[in-house]
Design a protein around this ligand. Structure first.
Ligand SMILES: [Cu+2]
Length: 355
């Protein structure tokens, strides 16, 4: 009898604990569904979460878990992947369909639990079926533990900056076309910042993404490259960027006039609004990896707009480094030890020769 009583107590404790835990875990509702979007003067249906492109930003604190109830109202199997979340000891809902979980069929729903541990900074989520992630994606912002601060002064405000691509054709049509031919996918028609191509493209100036800043304040840009396979350069005219984190981990800080960010990567950068009040372009371009492979050579822009009374420059200044952003800068001919790279390679080759 005593034993039964003991087991009953344990069961009650576990149930209550589970109940309390479930109570404190944040829940999000993701309805995966088609929505009509117009870009570059033409309209098409795209797959979205909750009708928005990019999708909603998720917010959490370091070490928290949260649940995303995914309702698949589209016409394809789908799962959502939590890009960069380690999902320690809980891979069962991390999104790669047919690998760690079954896809959610059209009309179905499934609750995906996201288990954060040491991640802190910016990550992102995206659909994990064929090329659906081209439009089904969004940011995950992970703040420090409660009552803990960033390892740098708190910025005045923070902005997710999602660098993506836009095709005028339907994404599934595009996907099956290059699967059929075995060739490269057609290059995109525009690059985008937070879903907007920016005013260097037709029919786009009205909706160009803008951030408002106060002179003298510092802001954090949580930059995510969600492009399918292109490395991007990003810079802000007249301003330096101080990189403080990447892929949800803090880095040794460094300052540069522009950054290069790989597909899938995130970078948290600080932007000090220390220039004359004006409008300034922030811009992204694609790396030309080889002269013989086609790529989208257009430039997406958004605008950093200073608050105050002034006559803004028209057009806004562009990042000076933009013209050189297309190719990777040449590596330095001298390394930190003072030896040239060629000498180092020769030295290492010689070390392979048996003495
Ligand atoms: Cu991913």
């Amino acid at each position: 009898m005593k034993k039964l009583f003991f087991i009953f107590h344990i069961l009650c404790f576990l149930l209550l604990n589970g109940f309390l835990h479930a109570q404190t875990m944040n829940r999000y509702r993701f309805e995966v569904k088609e929505a009509q979007y117009t870009r570059l003067c033409s309209t098409k249906n795209i797959l979205t979460v909750n009708g928005s492109f990019p999708g909603p930003t998720l917010y959490a604190r370091r070490g928290e878990s949260f649940i995303v109830d995914v309702f698949n109202q589209g016409s394809y199997n789908i799962t959502i992947h939590w890009h960069g979340v380690k999902m320690l000891r809980y891979p069962w809902t991390d999104g790669p369909e047919y690998i760690t979980q079954c896809p959610i069929p059209p009309g179905g729903n499934f609750s995906q639990k996201v288990v954060l541990s040491t991640e802190e900074g910016t990550l992102w989520w995206h659909a994990h079926s064929n090329w659906t992630r081209a439009t089904v994606h969004g940011a995950i912002v992970i703040y420090p533990f409660l009552n803990m601060s960033y390892p740098f002064p708190k910025p005045q405000a923070e902005f997710p900056i999602i660098i993506g691509e836009w095709w005028k054709v339907d994404i599934q049509t595009l996907y099956y076309a290059f699967l059929r031919t075995g060739g490269d996918p057609n290059t995109s028609d525009a690059l985008t910042i937070n879903g907007q191509p920016g005013d260097l493209y037709n029919c786009s100036s009205q909706d160009t993404f803008k951030i408002a800043v106060d002179k003298g304040k510092t802001y954090m840009l949580r930059i995510i490259n969600v492009m399918m396979q292109e490395l991007a350069f990003f810079g802000v005219a007249g301003h330096n960027l101080t990189v403080v984190g990447t892929d949800a981990a803090y880095t040794k800080q460094f300052t540069s006039s522009y950054i290069a960010i790989s597909p899938g990567q995130t970078m948290d950068v600080l932007l000090s609004a220390n220039q004359n009040p004006d409008n300034y372009y922030m811009a992204a371009k694609v790396l030309e990896s080889t002269p013989f492979i086609g790529y989208d050579n257009t430039t997406t822009t958004a605008i950093v707009q200073y608050n105050g009374n002034y006559t803004p420059s028209v057009p806004p200044p562009s990042p000076a480094s933009l013209a050189t952003m297309i190719r990777m800068p040449k590596p330095p001919s001298q390394d930190v030890c003072g030896a040239s790279r060629t000498n180092l390679i020769l030295f290492h080759l010689k070390s392979l020769v048996p003495m």
